[in-house]
Design a protein around this ligand. Structure first.
Ligand SMILES: [Zn+2]
Length: 426
């Protein structure tokens, strides 16, 4: 039986409130709270879920609605259920209160990304209630640990349980929200993300006594190199994807706003500095951890060569961890559908493929050959910029924009699975 759309909107809002109230701050995570909730909601509609714990209380949930054609690649809907910590003193409402006020639902995770988890949940239960069969398998995953690097979440599933989540496509976070750019409205959709190369850079020099100062020590040399790195922009390189996106926005790489800069070159940030062990000893060694981010087309070797050209031959490099960049084709039926439906849902708005400078669970899903997009749509007014709310104080989501996004998301998912919105919703 078709499900009244109004009821679905109420359920989605209620699910989002319930999820926000569960404190899944990572660390420590405790995502079991969220998977227990999602699993119980699915169970009310006769949908079984598999829950895999990667560590005690660090749970990952996967469920699947079988499609008509098992030869067709499944569609995976993914959301992480952990959230970043809050500084309560910066909040004007309780961070886990899920209050509804001023047209918004307030709380950590309201935008990043329990809203999408709630959308995925009501979509699964609605399809089940409507009794329709999608054209291909539809998989939902609610995963742990994204905010701390995904080792106990998406990476764990990809390594330990790939058959649960193997899909042709995944819809994940960081796309489909309104960006007000001048008087234009843009809907970035994440199709690429940078890689990372984390390097420990160490400088050595003669140790000495603190009572006998020297101009050049391991600490002074390292300090100068850190400042030099910060003052030396890495080589500008516009990938074909970013070229296309910048052209569509009427921007030039050389004069692009700061927001774009990290997607136009490799980057490096000093994050941890270590030196010294005693008040009166000039140490013989000083080190810094450098958080390097690489564009598609670069690898750890080319990144280190570029870094070397800035810091010279002296300091030693130790690679702490690396992950390659990922980039998905936009010449796909799913991207076409995202574009068509989004631009119809906001006439005058424009979808643009986008590379994010950070990393998401897509980094791991891509290892299974899955085409990964960020699409968790929400309509935002100019007074509510996404970048300020994402991981910020007073994170909140406008209810109207959330329900606008839910409808758009449902249209895209259902049509991609050869169903119509009207097959499921009344
Ligand atoms: Zn997120």
């Amino acid at each position: 039986m078709r499900v009244p759309w109004e009821r679905v909107c109420e359920e989605a809002t209620e699910s989002l409130r319930s999820l926000v109230k569960l404190d899944t701050t990572n660390p420590p995570g405790n995502e079991r709270l969220a998977t227990d909730y999602v699993s119980a909601e699915l169970g009310k509609h006769g949908i079984d879920a598999v829950v895999k714990e990667s560590a005690p209380t660090r749970a990952n949930l996967v469920t699947r609605i079988k499609g008509r054609d098992s030869a067709k690649p499944p569609l995976l809907l993914s959301a992480h259920t952990d959230v970043v910590p809050v500084e309560p003193s910066g909040w004007s409402r309780a961070p886990f209160g899920a209050e509804i006020a001023q047209g918004c639902l307030w709380g950590r995770g309201a935008l990043d990304m329990k809203s999408k988890c709630a959308m995925d949940l009501v979509l699964m239960t609605s399809i089940k209630r409507a009794g329709v069969t999608p054209g291909a398998d539809l998989i939902m995953a609610a995963v742990a640990d994204e905010e701390a690097g995904s080792a106990l979440g998406a990476e764990f599933l990809v390594q330990q349980h790939p058959d649960l989540i193997r899909a042709g496509y995944v819809l994940n976070e960081l796309g489909g929200f309104t960006v007000h750019f001048g008087d234009r409205r843009i809907y970035p959709v994440q199709v690429a993300e940078k890689g990372f190369v984390t390097v420990k850079m160490t400088v050595t020099d003669a140790p000495g006594h603190g009572s006998m100062p020297r101009r050049k020590t391991a600490i002074t040399t390292l300090s100068e190199l850190i400042v030099k790195i910060a003052n030396t922009p890495m080589r500008l390189r516009v990938t074909p994807l970013m070229r296309r996106t910048m052209t569509a926005m009427g921007l030039e790489a050389e004069t692009a706003p700061d927001l774009f800069r990290p997607t136009l070159s490799n980057t490096v940030s000093a994050t941890i500095v270590r030196a010294g062990y005693k008040d009166n000893v000039i140490p013989g060694e000083a080190s810094v951890v450098l958080d390097g981010r690489t564009l598609p087309g670069d690898d750890p070797e080319s990144f280190c060569a570029e870094l070397r050209s800035i810091v010279g031959p002296e300091p030693s490099f130790e690679l702490l961890k690396t992950a390659p960049p990922v980039e998905a084709s936009i010449e796909t039926p799913l991207f076409d559908l995202i574009r068509k439906r989004t631009e119809a849902a906001d006439p005058g708005g424009k979808v643009l493929p986008w590379m994010i400078p950070g990393a998401t669970d897509n980094k791991y899903y891509a290892r299974l050959g899955t085409i990964c997009y960020g699409f968790s749509p929400v309509k935002l007014e100019p007074t509510m910029p996404f970048a300020a709310l994402f991981h910020g104080h007073d994170e909140r989501i406008p209810i109207e924009g959330f329900l606008w996004g839910l409808k758009l998301y449902a249209q895209v998912v259902l049509e991609f699975l050869d169903l119509k919105f009207e097959d499921v919703f009344a």
